[in-house]
Design a protein around this ligand. Sequence first.
Ligand code: G6Q
Length: 547
Amino acid sequence: MSDPTTLPAWQALRENRRQLTDVSLRALFRDNPQRFNQFSLQLDELLFDFSKNLLTEQTLSLLSELADQTGLRTRIDALFKGDKVNTTEGRAALHTALRNRSKRPVVLDGQNLMPQIEQVLKQMGDFSDQVRSGAWRGYSGRPITDIVNIGIGGSDLGPLMVTEALKPYASDNLRCHFVSNVDASQLCETLKPLNPETCLFLIASKTFTTQETLTNAYSARHWFLSQAKDEKHIARHFVAISTNPERVVEFGIDPVNMFEFWEWVGGRYSLWSAIGLSIVLAIGKDNFAELLSGAHLVDEHFRTAPWTENIPALMGLIGLWNANFLGAESQAILPYDQYLHRFPAYLQQADMESNGKSITTQGKEVNYTTGPIIWGEPGTNGQHAFYQLIHQGTRLIPCDFLAAANSQNPLGEHQQILLANFLAQSEALMMGRTAAEAQQEMENTGLSAAEIERLLPHRTFPGNRPSNSFLYRRLDPKTLGMLIALYEHKIFVQASIWQINPFDQWGVELGKQLAQKILPLLTGESTIGTHDSSTCGLIERIHRLRE
Ligand code: G6Q
């Protein structure tokens, strides 16, 4: 495939960008009362409004041409049919099979994957029924009250985000905890109030070799055994989620208590697999099935809808327009929904680990911008923190605003106030405030002409700052499944056009190797290191401070 920047559509988009230099969003809305209708889409109960982006019908049609010229349709087909799209690891990326609710088989290397997927789903459902009903007892005969998921990265962020988001659907009898950091403080603080008799540990690791997870898992085992005494009790309190049965057995977990998944499930795309066991335990198998069906609905839409009606394709294309043609370096994720408070952190991994690449699938260095910096916090908190920079800073920061029409906790006017802020922010970013408007406002407050003149540049807002708005009825399991899948596919669309592999993570692997090399120098097992003077100086200072 050729460099995307040399394609006719890319060149035409550059020209389109030039034509839009002096065009404002304010003017686009003023001149076209149909703009919202033309630039918004509905899928099931989810509305995607992309009208507040600096683009026209022509931009959209050129972006569609770019999708065609880069072979996006063929790439999507390859993804869904299990081609080895993860080229550096020689693997398929079949997270869509995990939520395939159609009766269609998904065949990989001549084998239909659906029976094994269904079998593990059933195992998860049966197990969670037992734990949730209290039939599954701890070693002293008491039911389980606390689930502790030990995992990191993809084996942590997805389940953590989803269990937080779906708290209104969770059992009152089970609390979920997540331990990821190798910093013992997280494990110790989590375990402090817990009783080993009523704790269930889920050791979640695709490889079952990750240093942080195994260190935490062994410490949790030690904590458990210091009270339970007998290793035979481990079977009632530790289960494993992994693709590596040998390592699971080596740890001392009975293979009967292992929930399997497969190498064709990428870590950051794994919440739909057995890695989602904590989710099933929290919200039950029926709600988990709803989460899967929401994602499946988006999968079908993504596979079949034409580009201009395809929400994830448009999310990807508009993000690419903002990054490669308008110069945006980051993307803010701003949920006006407290239950989505871990969504920005989840998307940081999903997007930045997938598209934080600068080498194409052909092994060439790119000469264009790829994955954006993803960041964000829930509204309205962010408004009192970093929104200033979005409104008046020197950088262009496209924003995704997300909100539910209905609160899970209706209380007085809270939801109306929340939604008023959700609407006001995207409107203000788009409209800005002209000097004339700012002047009028100050005159109304009775300020002197001199004061008005002095303050005018500070109180003028440029506007023209792009955003998308996602509006849904209520954050239920199906809607959440839809939202997650939309972003997963948005990431895939961008990776396809940028010609990078979104499914490997060599930067993560590097981190795993480096710490292993330094550890012996800290534990005293070795004194010989070939490190730079800064690293050696820091090691020496750590030894002194630890004395
Ligand atoms: C995700 C990454 C990475 C991974 C963690 C944990 O896509 O590969 O975040 O999930 O490093 O790996 P394990 O699940 O193998 O412990």
